[in-house]
Design a protein around this ligand. Sequence first.
Ligand code: DMJ
Length: 632
Amino acid sequence: MSKSLPYSMKDVHYDNAKFRQRSFFKVITQNMLTSNLKRECVKCSTGKFLMLLMMCGLAYLMLTRMSSIHPSTDGTAKNVGGQEGAKLIADGSGRLRRLWRKPPRLPPMLTPDEITSRNRSLHNSGNLDVGPNWKARQQRVKEAFIHAWSGYKNYAMGYDELMPLSHRGVDGLGGLGATIIDALDTAMIMGVDEVVREAGSWIEEHLPERIDGKDQVNLFETTIRVVGGLLSAYHLSGGEKSGNASQNGTKPAVYLENARKLADHLLIAFTSSPSAIPFSDVVLRDRSAHPAPDGLSSTSEVSTLQLEFNYLSSLTGDPKYSLESMKVLEHLKTLPKVEGLVPIYISPHSGEFSGENIRLGSRGDSYYEYLIKVWLQNQGSNWTYLHNMYEESIRGVKHLLVRKSVPNGLVFVGELPYGPQGSFSPKMDHLVCFLPGTLALGATKGITKEKAMRENLLSFEDLENLKLAEDLAKTCFEMYSVTSTGLAPEIVYFNMEGESESGPGGGNKDSKYVNDIIIKPADRHNLLRPETVESLFILFRITEDPKYRKWGWEIFEAFEKYTKVDSGGYSSLDDVTTLPPQRRDKMETFFLGETLKYLYLLLGETNVIPLDEYVFNTEAHPFPIRGASRKQ
Ligand code: DMJ
């Protein structure tokens, strides 16, 4: 195992000039010393004396003038103006004192890359729609959503998922019509009114009785897809403004009532557990809860309920949902960790982690995602421990899990299946591709990098995390472009120095990264997952770099080419490395809830659902950040 870390100050290309200050006096002398006056005057000592005199005079004149002009509107001038400044310039001594006052911080010095991207965004004056016709492409994504829905509606309405090849429905998630609810807010965002109407009336008519009558559901899946979907539908249909006004037939209040009713059933998973860790499953019809057959819960599952339950408490005014779910995170705070990293299993009986398997893929992923998102959702609360846990965990990721592949240096996140003392595995699930987006969000808190830099808001660590986010997003994209179909497999392994893994076998031989990425036969399926396009969307919003749109569009085209089913819907694939790929008879709910939503937002106006005003739950359902917007 290589011990060398892929990250150093050198990698970040960050110029510490951010903290450099230039004095007003220095600016004047520097200007004068480089002017013609210098050449004329410095020849004789009288000249030098005259030059000094002129410098003082000029400095005095400039100060007198500055006191009479209005403060400019930019942030730097604001620092100088304000009450303190106004008092100082009210009298002559104030002017003199002002001459020696500590000058304001200058904006950070940008790297050449940043200057190019900054110029680009200034040049576009806020319009990022240059180049390809992004609007037309966004329309194509909307059409894909309508096609996916039509398959579901025609063959599977009321079931959890569509089997697009056999034209049937299947209840893989307990039978609450999960596709309908997962897709509803996507339809609202895209403005597909007919789907909003159809989904709304199904929910009104069938969901209450299903919540009371259905058998076993998984606490996590039901919370993120169904409770989450209902809550964002409530918000996006204007529920907080007029809960009883109907839109397209269904009153927003119906969504909130159903979310509350379902959460009331789910709460038993928390309250019947002997520890702060909830059981993994709930039997809806008798309101009982029980652990998974092995007695354990997934760490990511128990820590990915809080955005939803917090928002429900804030909408209903009933604190119990928030209190129960936050007990989990408060408890996790107290448990021993490996540099902030956690094992993927936890026992609801003992409340302790089980085993040593550490990864950011399945069963680990959204633990890290919700640490920062729950903190973002509740800024101003006293939950700073979440931010601390997040920062510690990312340091742990960088130290213990981030490596570079050979021969071409793709940055990836591996696993520690046997804990920190065991060997490192260069395995990365596609699920890990949520991380670039989360890192970028954690760094700038949802505002653009350009704005964060201008306002001096980024620490060295933020910049390092943003750089890691960009590197990982590239790796995630290459996981798609390395295959024959242009679609990523479920799992890849990276080639590391000294390892003797065989080649990719079936990847696209044109790719530069064909020797870096290894795809094992059992891992070649694609389930229409969203994580990569989710990160491309967040990175595009934050960096404003159009390459993320380009990559997203390439991925969309591959979905269109290989997963679209003529009779309606989209299918998963058994093997992304062979042409034509063998199809798998399933359309996951998150294709409508997440993948197409993120692609649509990636290609559209950047002010729709701004990332500093909304936090997306792990199933891409946006919840408003309380107090973050005047528009809400
Ligand atoms: C979704 O249900 C969520 O994004 C979850 O966090 C991870 N798995 C799927 C999508 O791949």
